[in-house]
Structure formats: structure tokens, C-alpha cells
Design a protein around this ligand. Sequence first.
Ligand code: NDP
Ligand SMILES: N[C@@H](CC=O)C(=O)O
Length: 333
Amino acid sequence: MRVVRVALTGTGGIGSRVAVALLERRAQLFQRFGCDVRLVAVCGSRAGIVRDDGLEAGDVTNRGGWIAGLAGVPLLEAARPDVVIDAGPSDYVSGGPGLAHLEWAVNHGAHAIMVSKSALALHGARLLATARANGCRVHASGASSAALPVVDVLRHNLAGAEVTRVEAALTGTSSFVLDEMVRSGSTLAEAIAEAQARGIAEPDPAFDLDGRDTAAKLVVIAGLAFGAWLSLDAVPRESVLSVTDEQLRAWRDAGEKAALVGVLERGAAGYDARVELRGYGAHHPFCAARGSTKALMVSAAGFGDYTLVGGASSPEATVAAVLKDVEHLLAAL
Ligand SMILES: NC(=O)C1=CN([C@@H]2O[C@H](COP(=O)(O)OP(=O)(O)OC[C@H]3O[C@@H](n4cnc5c(N)ncnc54)[C@H](OP(=O)(O)O)[C@@H]3O)[C@@H](O)[C@H]2O)C=CC1
Ligand SMILES: N[C@@H](CC=O)C(=O)O
């Protein structure tokens, strides 16, 4: 029987849930794909654990058996996994710890599932070129919009189509905060606190609100779906943090849904990206999106226009998206 060895780097709010969910799905994966998907290593920032015959949920949730210093690349060297799942922090200056983890994977013939975004958003072109050269697959639902399957729709359902425009609400926290302020009259601080309590905000919620999270997701989406790796710094951004009381009142009075959306447009020279604040009237499909619910509109030559509303941000939804990536990966092995 084929054994598929999985290492998970980052065991915080998302990573620890991914580990437990993967272990719970082990029998189902065996039935569906005929292989033993074995979680052999997990780590946080400073310690980790490797076990060749497979970890159990208790090894992940109780760090008593973890070894100090066995984290990151040393953990991957010790575990030699077939698949690396990275759920560590995103850092848009250094690339985050996920950069070294993804580099290790694509240079050692391992497949990768990225939940953290910064490695791909900053260095996606180089990493994907190495992955291709070494026969490694890179999935990144968690890093691109989690439960809203944007890359899947663009890459698989619209395979070969000329996609001329993508407009999408990709950051659940900014949608949630705007909704709370416009529809419920919450203050910015109250709305942010609630998004944090729901486990959907980035450690610094300014990343969600000032458009950097949406811009990073746009870069990952354009790169994975179209092979167009845009410069993150060059994506113009509007910010929820600069919305005025007058603007909030105007959206409320007009009955509009406010959203921070990412737009990709195909021009003569390739794809352009931007992040902008928009109000959607009652008849626009995005107006139905409530709270952290995401939304996608795609225009593709020959196919026409599509709208998809759903995939609200939540830790559970992100975990479900990571397991979907696992299924896609196993189906292709
Ligand atoms: N929350 C959400 O809804 C979503 C989050 N994401 C992305 O998922 C990632 C994780 O989010 P979340 O779980 O909420 O974040 P947390 O802050 O809860 O967890 C981060 C984890 O990363 C670990 N870590 C930090 N540095 C390193 C390192 N050098 N090597 C290995 N592990 C490290 C931390 O370790 P330690 O435990 O030791 O501190 C911690 O376990 C982020 O990149 C985020 O952008 C993506 C989609 C949705
Ligand atoms: N902070 C993000 C979480 C995942 O990317 C969001 O609000 O959607």
C-alpha cells in the first residue's frame, strides 16, 4: 500500500484544526485513493514532533512530546515528507517561515499545500517554476480565498478560456467589518474585535482592512490560474481604514452592500490588478453576501459571466478547503 507522508508546519488556530481533520479523514482517504495518508510531523515556531508510523491527535494538541528546536526546515529534513502543508504566519517583507518550507518542498520533490500567503504572493513565479521542473504540485486554496473556490473555477471549470475579468470579495474580515458598520452601526473597533473573536482576522487586522490580504490573494490567484505572477507592491489598494462616516451613511441610505474587492482585468499587456471599495445595489448578486461571505464574478470569452457567492471565512471553512486540496493532490498522484 502506498504511504503518503504529510508534514504540517504551523499549528495555530488553522493548523491544529487541519491536523485533527486530516487524521479523522484518514480512513475515508484510504477508501477513496487506496493510500495511507500519514501525518508524520508537525511543528510550531520553536518545537515539533516527528513519528514515522504516524501521529495521533493527542500528539498535536498536547505538546508534551515535542522536541525543542525541531521546527521548520530541520523538521522537514528529519521527516522527509511527500507533502508539506504550511499553516504558519504570513509576512509580506520576509516571505514568512512558509517561504523556507515551500522552498524545501519544491527542491526535494515534495508537493505543497499552502495556507499562508506571503511566500507565493512574493516569490510565486520562482517557486512554481522550481515546482514544475521537479514534478511537484502546489495547491493553495487556503492562501487564495479558502472556501470560495476561485482557483478551481478558473483553472479547471474554465480551462483554456480567455478570462477577461475577475471581481471578487476575497477577504472575509473586511467584508464582515464593512457589513457590521453599514448594516448594524457597529464602530470599527467593535467590528474588528468580533472578527478576531471569530478567528478570521489576521494577527494584525490592518492587513485585512487595508487591502493587503486581498492584494496577496489576487496575486496568488492570477499566478496559479493564469501563470501571471504580478508584483504585490504594484497592486493599487483602497482601504477600509479610510472609509468616512459620510461614506458609511451613503451606503446605508442607498441600501448598498459595501465590499473591498479585488479586480483582475485582462488588457493588451496581460492582467492588471487592483483593490477597491465598492457599494453594490440591491439588484447586484454581491448584495446577497452577508458577514464574512465571499463573492466572485468572472467574465470569460465564449462562456459569458458567472457569479458565485459563498465560502464565508471561518476556521472550519479554511480547514475544509485544505482537505479539498489534499483530495485534489491525491487524485493526481
Ligand atoms: N484564520 C483564517 O481564517 C485563515 C488564515 N489563513 C492563513 O493561515 C495562516 C495561519 O493562520 P492562523 O492559524 O489563524 O494563525 P495563528 O497565529 O493561530 O498560528 C500560526 C502558527 O504558526 C506557527 N509558526 C510561527 N512561526 C513559525 C515558524 N517559523 N515555523 C513553523 N511554525 C511557525 C505558530 O507557532 P507557535 O504555536 O509556536 O506560536 C502558530 O502555530 C496565516 O498565514 C493566515 O494568513 C488563511 C486562510 C484563512
Ligand atoms: N484574514 C483572512 C483569512 C484568510 O485568508 C480573511 O479575513 O478572509
